[in-house]
Design a protein around this ligand. Sequence first.
Ligand SMILES: Nc1nc2c(c(=O)[nH]1)N[C@H]1C(S)=C(S)[C@@H](COP(=O)(O)OP(=O)(O)OC[C@H]3O[C@@H](n4cnc5c(=O)[nH]c(N)nc54)[C@H](O)[C@@H]3O)O[C@H]1N2
Ligand SMILES: Nc1nc2c(c(=O)[nH]1)N[C@H]1C(S)=C(S)[C@@H](COP(=O)(O)OP(=O)(O)OC[C@H]3O[C@@H](n4cnc5c(=O)[nH]c(N)nc54)[C@H](O)[C@@H]3O)O[C@H]1N2
Ligand code: SF4
Ligand SMILES: [Mo]
Length: 696
Amino acid sequence: MTESMVQYRSCNICEAMCGLIVAHDGQDVLSIRPDPEDPLSRGHICPKAVALQDFRTDPDRVTKPLLKRGGDFEEITWDAAFDHAAERIRAVQAAHGPDSVAVYLGNPNAHKFGNMLNLPGLIKAIGTRNRYSSSTADQIPHHVAAIHMLGHPMLMPIPDIDRTDFLLIIGGNPVISNGSMMTAPGYGRRMDAIKARGGRVVVIDPRRTETAERAGEHHFIRPESDAWLILSMIHVILSDGPARLGHLAPLVDGLDALAQAVRPFTPEAAAEATGIDAGTIRALARDFAAAPRAVCYARMGASTQSFGTLCQWAANALNIVTGNFDAEGGAMFTTPALDYVGLTSRKGKQRSYPERRSRVSGQPLYNGEFPVSTLAEEIETPGAGQIRALVTVAGNPVLTAPNGRRIERALEGLDFMLSLDIHVNDTTRHAELILPGTVALEEPMYDMVFHSFAVRNTVGYAPALFAPPHGNPPEWEVIARLAARLTGANSIGPTPEQVLAMLLPQGFHGDRITLDKLRSGGRPVDLGPLVPNLGTRLETPDGRLHLAPQMFLDDLPRLLTQTDARTVQRPFALIGRRQARSHNSWTQNSPRLVKGRNRCTVEVNPEDAARLGLRDGADAVVTSTAGSVTLPVEITAAMAPGVVSIPQGWGQKNGRLGAATQTATVSINDLTDDSRTDPLSGNAAFNGLPVALHPA
Ligand SMILES: Nc1nc2c(c(=O)[nH]1)N[C@H]1C(S)=C(S)[C@@H](COP(=O)(O)OP(=O)(O)OC[C@H]3O[C@@H](n4cnc5c(=O)[nH]c(N)nc54)[C@H](O)[C@@H]3O)O[C@H]1N2
Ligand SMILES: Nc1nc2c(c(=O)[nH]1)N[C@H]1C(S)=C(S)[C@@H](COP(=O)(O)OP(=O)(O)OC[C@H]3O[C@@H](n4cnc5c(=O)[nH]c(N)nc54)[C@H](O)[C@@H]3O)O[C@H]1N2
Ligand code: SF4
Ligand SMILES: [Mo]
């Protein structure tokens, strides 16, 4: 009988950081259970946590460096792999310049602190300015709003949902996603608590989501018209009386400019744009303003769209003018143990934005990253600065970036591609060299990013539980060693734990939180509810809070002249959806997560389905300017008329990946259009894509 041991660690798959109790025998996981004493998740987990063990033992996992020879991958040694990578990267750069090698970083990096700490060094060693990541298919509008209003991309307002009386959710489905830029495990319970204390939760979404069901109050909205709604709410509030800036009053600039800017956004005009009637908009605005504590939270639905930046700006502005910014129960700022904002402070530094523009189509660059929407054209378009080689680290843009198959075709034309990944998948199969990554249970766990986005301040650390297979180096070390090979350095830097030990005492909790204390305590530690602190945190060069940055005001004419993107040929607006048992494109190889019916369906409103002759469960063809896909129809009144939904993250075409579903699935990004962006931030505008629908 083997002895059972226990480790407390947080799950790193999504942003929720659920506390887990992992029982193991030193070799294998015996069980993964929720930790009822975790100060943040208090016993919540989702089905994906249990699958953490599957990612380790996945028979399709890449566990040896693989080099493509004559079309097939062959195992090679680590030494040969590092040599090959460095040689090929430098050869491409010698022929075509430093920027001819691009880097794409995927979402899992944000959940792996060893990667977060070492990737900047790798990019520096490569010496390229051509950086891409999944952020520009996700949340860059939030950062752009934060930069222009508050001075730092990561000074991010987080809804204080545990103390609010009125939660307005625009374009988020946290009951399924468990919150994004709002780490809040057990979202349903937290929403129920708002209602139990007499508060309200209102959801604005073109789909009556799982979150909308649980909230009870929901309004359909025409896709991409959210900025109209929020600006109209501000219009009503500022017409009714003076703004309530509260303790921020001495810091705020631009109130008059905001009041002037929202004038055209009358509820009547907004009703036309959004499909929500004027009386409802007025009541929503007045109830929001009258609530003792209220917060507007706008997420994916309101950032991956043509007006993403205006939405994020307007949501912040609504919270500010109602006294709900940096205030209890409103939008607040975390004080994490590792203070990323402080470590990268921009105080007193004058910068101009956007930092640069892309070579081919002039899209803006923020946070040092070009929009992923421009990746294909930057590979395809000849000339100085053309991308000739690509390094991907934990990214799958063929399935996750707009017009993914165009990217796939472009990858075929590269001189060299290197992927650090755990699978041969739709993206990495185009690589010449694949380096194996390590999975969560083989790595120490500290969440550098999501403690900064959490609805409560907590901190946790757990050491690696198992050794990587075949004596492989941990992933951070692969990154560090590759960088060293490129620069010729004969050693790599400190371990992630050494860096953490050094940085923690510099954070908000000083000597109270050290790595040694976290290690000996075992469980995550509660650091208390969020506290008002913006007065000392503002990072703008002039130290002011900018309520009406000129760049946003200049974009308003585009919003005012917005027309419905749907046409006679393509009369439906396509939106995406997330599902409880998958995470983006990479968890679909866990049999326990994909078993059951095919969940990759197109959801259609009953009236639309009847008109088109679509039957529930039968196949439909969905067509956009980029391509067409065929998938089963699911008829549901959850969809607004004229809007259809396909889940993101499916369409694995390679080998066994995703094969556990027994059915072929499709990628929504075979349909999405890389020319649709939010021009202010360059973020992909996935939502509201015009499509046609026919029975197959
Ligand atoms: N249409 C549409 N498109 C979307 C979205 C949408 O809602 N609609 N959502 C967008 C969003 S929010 C995001 S964040 C992006 C995600 O876009 P990506 O980050 O490109 O995609 P992921 O599916 O997260 O892919 C992660 C990759 O990392 C690999 N991987 C997983 N774990 C590890 C690990 O531990 N180490 C290493 N080295 N590799 C690992 C997987 O095999 C996979 O190749 O997709 C975006 N795309
Ligand atoms: N189970 C699970 N959880 C996840 C993920 C996952 O893949 N699976 N991915 C993680 C990642 S990377 C992220 S970024 C987060 C995202 O977390 P969320 O922001 O909660 O993401 P979604 O569930 O995509 O919710 C977006 C919502 O916007 C709606 N929507 C679409 N277009 C519009 C529009 O024009 N206006 C409005 N108002 N709404 C619109 C959609 O119907 C959908 O309900 O989730 C994370 N958590
Ligand atoms: S909600 Fe997210 S963090 Fe929590 S168990 Fe599920 S995947 Fe892990
Ligand atoms: Mo994301």
